[in-house]
Ligand binder design. Structure first.
Ligand SMILES: [Cu+2]
Length: 119
C-alpha cells in the first residue's frame, strides 16, 4: 500500500514537473552542423533561432523509438517530416518573416519553437 502511494506520488511530481516546471533550453542555431536531438520527450534544443529572409536547414536526430516521436510538424509552414530512428534528417525551411513558429510531434508531446529574428 505504501509502495503504491509512493509510486502515485512520484507520478504526480513527474506530471507537475513536465507541464509546469520544465523550461526547455533556448539556443541560436548559428552553426550549420547543429542537430536537434529528439529524446526523452523533449527537443534538445527546443528553441531554435534563425535569421529572417533566408532559407535554413534544421537537422533532427531522433533517438526516441516511440511512435510519438516519429513526425515533426511545422503547422504554420505546412511542413511535416518523418524522422528515421538514429539517423539525421534534414528539414528544409523556406525564407521566413520574423516571428515565432511552433513545431511539434503529432500528439504535441514534443514541442519546440522556431524564433525567426535577427541575431
Ligand atoms: Cu508525440
Amino acid at each position: 500500500m505504501i509502495i503504491v502511494n509512493i509510486a502515485g506520488l512520484a507520478l504526480i511530481v513527474l506530471i507537475v514537473w513536465w507541464f509546469w516546471l520544465y523550461k526547455p533550453q533556448s539556443q541560436a542555431l548559428d552553426q550549420e552542423d547543429s542537430v536537434i536531438v529528439v529524446e526523452n520527450g523533449v527537443y534538445q534544443p527546443a528553441h531554435i533561432r534563425i535569421p529572417p529572409g533566408q532559407p535554413a536547414t534544421l537537422r533532427f536526430l531522433r533517438k526516441d523509438a516511440s511512435p510519438c516521436a516519429e513526425m515533426v510538424q511545422f503547422p504554420a509552414l505546412n511542413i511535416s517530416e518523418q524522422l528515421p530512428l538514429n539517423k539525421t534528417r534534414s528539414v528544409q525551411l523556406p525564407a521566413l518573416e520574423q516571428g515565432v513558429y511552433e513545431f511539434h510531434c503529432q500528439m504535441q508531446m514534443y514541442r519546440g519553437q522556431l524564433h525567426v529574428s535577427d541575431l
